[in-house]
Design a protein around this ligand. Structure first.
Ligand code: C2O
Ligand code: CU
Ligand code: CU
Length: 541
């Protein structure tokens, strides 16, 4: 395939404006950071979500799943492990009092799926069962890798995002199963307390399967977390956020390019946000400190969360667990797949209402009671020690570009990691146990949340560079200061925002298991169109 590089940066504003809407080549950091929730124009019968009555539905809390008994441990048959059976099924679920139920694909009958909970070191088994219908209800693009017309239309594979798992249980994109099949995965959970999440990862259609509702939360607990006396039980609330587009009849709408042969669009932004599966819910709280475990499960949208009274949100954890100390912030930024562990102190808001916002959009109302039934947890001053990984222990630095191209044959853009397609030979082969620095050079105008399976990492820094110079001469001219990660990113991560025009560096130890994994952009439309690559952890020789 002939690729002609198209530089967004050098396109004149006029040229940009002249590009027809729906032309795949959106250079879209503007879109990507869009403050406005505008209804997409091409939806025949759009729901005008902004006209819905606000705060009439109670916030649902996904139920915590109890195991369906114990099963012999395949690794050590003398012992047994908790066993869960989770079926993927099509369901109808009401997202708002005034709308008819919407069709979703669910894990276990609800969107989000049930919450899984375990202790660090407590392994468990999950049998993921595909009971989905025979046909997909969202528009498959058969020109995308892995989704060709000779493939079954309904395929599913589950990945636990952030989990350290052997490759055979990681949910490799090509390890999908069809309706009627199931797969038993073993999760060792040898990792620190953190909010992980499970979601579909099927080659070529993960963006559709996740949009349809295939995601849920998983909490790993440990003794360090126990000792902190953080809010728990009814005072610890998961908030799973995802933007969606609905039609007036309450059904999900997934936008297309307008060309039935190549319906893929470069990003999907909904005009409204589901919070635990509901639009504009409310939550009754006591005037005490609460702990919110927030996940951005959107296909492409970044959230910029704040309290309507501009009060503090205390970040106590990032993707892979607790921070060294709470970080008070007025805004919490979350790219797709990122998580935030946040304390909110309602003690000074007794008898009032507050709203959790994404920029100007209202997401969730808090109704603070005038009196507390129980004493409040305190906001701890120290959390967990996070030793910084010194750069010097890295045995290798990989420089990997994020770059946008024009796919001349399909007349649409695509983005590649290090200029390579999914099918190209594996090029990242860290040795088991080795520490490496991965340096992402973003030549596009999008923020890309880059995620590595298997490992947790630390963000070293971000630095601006001259992208035009790099594109013309290949010379790397760094500009200004190296910016350290922001306070909320100063712990362990598994997904990193790689901002436009920056070199973003992470450091990771590739320990755990050898074998085949993947790394990719977590904007699901990007990942589906080649912004995903294999990597392989190899045994030391
Ligand atoms: Cu959240 Cu490869 O996934
Ligand atoms: Cu993952
Ligand atoms: Cu991307």
């Amino acid at each position: 395939m002939l690729l002609r590089f198209r530089s967004c940066r050098r396109a004149s504003p006029l040229k940009r404006a002249a590009r027809a809407p729906g032309d795949g080549g959106l250079c879209s950091s503007r879109v990507n950071d869009a403050a406005v929730h505008a209804a997409p124009a091409h939806v025949a019968q759009p729901l005008h979500a902004e006209t819905l009555a606000r705060f009439v539905d109670r916030l649902p809390i996904p139920s915590t799943l109890a195991p369906d008994g114990m099963r012999p441990d395949p690794v050590d048959p003398r012992s047994s492990l908790p066993y869960y059976r989770i079926a993927m099924r099509q369901i109808d679920q009401r997202v708002h009092r005034d709308l008819p139920p919407s069709t979703f694909w669910s894990y276990g009958g609800h969107v989000p799926g049930p919450t899984l909970e375990t202790r660090s070191e407590q392994a468990f088994l999950v049998e993921w069962v595909n009971e989905l219908p025979a046909d997909h209800f969202l528009p498959i693009d058969h020109t995308l890798h892995g989704a060709h017309a000779d493939q079954p239309r309904v395929r599913a594979v589950v990945h636990v995002h952030g989990a350290k798992v052997p490759p055979e249980s990681d949910g490799h994109p090509e390890a999908w199963i069809t309706p009627g099949q199931s797969a038993v995965y073993r999760y060792p959970n040898r990792q620190d307390a953190a909010m992980l999440w499970y979601h579909d990862h099927t080659m070529g259609i993960e963006r559709l399967n996740q949009y349809a509702g295939l995601f849920g939360a998983l909490f790993v607990r440990d003794a360090v977390e126990d000792r902190l006396g953080l809010p728990k039980g009814p005072h610890e609330i998961p908030l799973v956020l995802c933007d969606r587009i609905f039609r007036a009849d309450g059904q999900l709408e997934y936008p297309t390019s307008g060309d039935p042969e190549t319906p893929w669009v470069p990003e999907v932004y909904g005009d409204t946000t589901l919070v635990n599966g509901v639009l504009f819910p409310y939550l009754e709280v006591e005037p005490v400190v609460y702990r919110f475990r927030v996940l951005n499960a959107s296909n492409a949208r970044l959230f910029y969360l704040s309290r309507s009274d501009r009060g503090a949100l205390y970040r106590i954890g990032s993707d892979q667990g607790l921070l060294p100390a709470p970080v008070p912030a007025t805004t919490v930024t979350l790219a797709p797949a990122e998580r935030a562990d946040v304390l909110v102190d309602f003690r000074s808001a007794a008898g009032r209402t507050l709203v959790l916002r994404n920029q100007v959009a209202e997401l969730l109302q808090f109704r603070v009671a005038s009196r507390a039934e129980r004493a409040s947890a305190a906001i701890p001053t120290r959390l967990r020690s996070v030793e910084r990984m010194p750069e010097g222990i890295a045995v290798k630095t990989r420089t990997l570009t994020l770059r946008e191209y024009q796919d001349a044959k399909r007349r649409r853009m695509l983005m590649l990691l290090d200029g390579k397609y999914w099918r190209d030979p594996v090029s990242e082969q860290p040795t088991l146990g080795a520490v490496e620095i991965w340096s992402f050079v973003n030549l596009t105008e999008d923020t890309h949340p880059i995620h590595l399976h298997l490992v947790r990492f630390q963000i070293l820094d971000r630095q601006l560079f001259d992208a035009d110079e790099f594109l013309t001469s290949g010379k790397m001219i760094l500009i200004g200061q190296r910016l350290p990660p922001d306070g909320g990113e100063a712990g362990w991560k598994d997904t990193v925002r790689v901002d436009p025009g920056t070199v973003t560096r992470i450091i990771a130890r590739f320990d755990g298991y050898a074998g085949a994994y993947v790394w990719h952009c977590h904007l699901l439309e990007h990942a589906a169109n080649e912004m995903m690559r294999p990597f392989e952890v190899v045994q030391p020789t």
